[in-house]
Design a protein around this ligand. Sequence first.
Ligand code: ATP
Length: 353
Amino acid sequence: MVEVKLENIVKTFGETVALKGINLHVKDGELFTLLGPSGCGKSTTLRIIAGLDFADSGHLYFDDDDVTYKSSSERGAVLVFQNYALWPHMTVYDNVAYGLKVKKLPKQEIDRKVKWALELVKLQGYEDRYPTQLSGGQQQRVAIARALVVEPKLLLLDEPLSNLDAKLRLEMRSEIRRIQRELGITVIYVTHDQEEAMAISDRIAVMNIGQIEQVGTPKEIYEQPKTEFVASFMGKTNVIPAEVVERDGDKVTVRFEGFKLDGLTYTGENDKVVVVIRPERISLHPIENAVSITGKVDLIEYYGFFIEVVGLFGEMRIISRTINDRDVIGLRPQGDVTFYIEREDILVLPKTL
Ligand code: ATP
């Protein structure tokens, strides 16, 4: 187990500045996720931590050890690639045993460790199969067993589930969490899938164009996004461009499309803002002391365990979500609808995108 610190890590590829000064502190035994859209620098960060690439400037520490210029093998971190990179001509056993054979461990010890790793990923009985005789999920398990068998200080996973179908993805994500908890190992996990990040992580760093936008627990990132980018990246949410038209201390009134919302908290200087409202925080029933806006029903969509009512407020579409199908009785497309929102469920952030 190890804690990992990145201090002002910069990395360029020719003209492209892939990382613009990354600062991170991943704690001992934590499952920490780098989350962000394609090209934001997640894989580059992971490769630098693994020692497969080196930073142009900045420092990387494993505990108090400055590993910035140390080779991959000196670091004790193992990276599992998206495509698993199993050796096709080797059996499951030999794939997993490989790293131990390289270390020239006695045969008996290799045998014991391989057995342990395959048990951990629930692949006992598959020792003699070749990778082509395994499902995608099983190949992924072999790749994880092969990484864990050398007892790394740090496990790095780069989009480990992206080649699996939706059901297997869910299964393997719980498996990875179980294994991480069982071993208490530090894991840094890369994904562009916000739901996956929310489900699996102790903490998440949201990245955008070579920078960290926010670090926090899944709950903090979801409920208290600090930037417009984080708010709009974390799932289906309403991010409404608006303008501050009145201020009284840290309370403001904002306007969008002729609607005014008063008594909201905002301390930023910029009057161009976004109003962030989660669909599930919008009620179709009156709430005392809440703000309300009346518009037209644009769409009513049934998703099974919840229903979305999309309202049209001027040109602005706002999504509300309810789990109670009685809430939509009496609503019809183009008919009137009023959304009620408690002020504490409305975030006002500077417009930055
Ligand atoms: P994805 O989710 O698509 O893998 P990512 O967030 O992992 O994306 P990176 O692969 O880290 O992003 O890439 C960050 C930036 O650096 C991108 O603009 C990419 O084009 C660039 N880049 C990465 N590796 C190289 C390389 N070897 N040569 C040139 N540019 C590179």
